[in-house]
Design a protein around this ligand. Structure first.
Ligand code: ATP
Length: 322
């Protein structure tokens, strides 16, 4: 388990990250999402003990990353943003060098290298010189060096940065496989990466946590779109009244315009924790019972992109008002 408490890092006058408080439980895949310069790399370097925070503490399995750095680094595998590979070395030779640095020797080292090569799909390439590998394969070597000492935690800084779409898919599948027995924190500025790989997302804006929630919470379905013509005698207000009094799961009903087919379009906001799919059929029934002409009824989901945009605009507004 990783616990980050009150972490701040200044570079001279610049506060790169501040007031970071979050924890990562065993078995989670957490995405650290933020724009360029948001503080992702700084945060990861602090968690891995490569950078000292100016304030706050980080513990890994109860061990302080500064005071017990060696023990922490035994438990953690780190793929830096630009993994420092030695291009003139062959893949296996490089892993052998890394495992030696990690204190592995003899049979134990040979087995660890074999497993890391297998896990990352590099067995066939083990004798190839790193300089001749494609970017995607170089990234696999970076991952192999991060897992060779069998860490229980993996910290991956922008693991798919600069890769083509096929290589991105391959690395994402690899990360998901590794996640079967490893806790993972990965950083990215790509929203789809989070959706493809992570259970939870911590969004950093200007070095501060703007949100920390599971994807399910963040993308929770919050409203229903209803296309219905209630007839001349039923105004918007009466229509809302009927729906709200008939269904206690409904928070409010707002007319938001007209559908492309010419139906009046309503947004039904549902109360927190309510299940929209059940409500859909109940609302449809009410419309039919009232003799309203039902054009369609849909669940409206929030995308990670819209969640991120709204967090950004809240942040800008707060900054302008302060
Ligand atoms: P990117 O996605 O571009 O890699 P990031 O979210 O990882 O960005 P960081 O690299 O952590 O962001 O940088 C956060 C801020 O700290 C930026 O403004 C950056 O310029 C600054 N910064 C990072 N390292 C240093 C350093 N060694 N000296 C001075 N400023 C630094």
């Amino acid at each position: 388990m990783i616990v980050i408490q009150g972490v701040e890092k200044r570079y001279g006058d610049l506060k790169a990250v501040s007031d970071l408080n979050f924890s990562i439980e065993k078995g989670e895949i957490v995405g650290l999402l933020g724009q360029n310069g948001a503080g992702k790399t700084t945060c990861m370097k602090i968690i891995t003990g490569y950078l000292e925070p100016t304030a706050g503490t980080v513990t890994v399995d109860g061990l302080d990353v500064i005071d017990q750095r060696t023990e922490v680094q035994d438990r953690v595998g780190y793929l830096p943003e630009n993994a420092p590979l030695y291009p003139e070395m062959r893949v296996e030779e490089y892993l052998s060098f890394i495992s030696e640095l990690r204190g592995l020797r003899g049979k134990e080292a040979r087995e660890a290298i074999k497993e890391a090569l297998e896990a990352t799909g590099l067995t066939d390439r083990r004798r190839q010189e790193i300089s001749t590998l494609s970017k995607g394969y170089k990234q696999r070597v970076g991952l192999a060096q991060a897992i060779v000492h069998k860490p229980s935690i993996l910290i991956l800084d922008e693991p798919t940065n600069g890769l083509d779409p096929v290589q991105i898919q391959e690395i994402r599948s690899l990360i998901k496989r590794l996640a079967e027995d490893t806790t993972i924190l990965l950083s990215t500025h790509i929203l789809s990466e989070i959706e493809a790989v992570c259970h939870r997302v911590v969004i950093l804006i200007d070095g501060q946590i703007a949100t920390d929630s599971t994807l399910k919470e963040l993308l929770d379905i919050s409203s229903i779109r209803l296309k219905v013509r209630a007839g001349d005698e039923e105004g918007d207000e009466e229509m809302s009244e009927v729906l709200i009094t008939t269904h206690e799961q409904i928070e409010r009903v707002t007319r938001i315009g007209e559908s492309s087919e010419g139906y009046p379009l309503y947004n039904i906001t549902i109360k927190e924790g309510e299940e929209p799919s059940l409500l859909i059929s109940q609302v449809a029934k009410t419309c039919l019972n009232k003799g309203w002409l039902l054009g369609g009824i849909d669940v409206e989901t929030q995308s990670l992109e819209s969640a991120f945009k709204s967090l950004m605009s809240d942040h800008v507004e707060r900054a302008l008002n302060s």
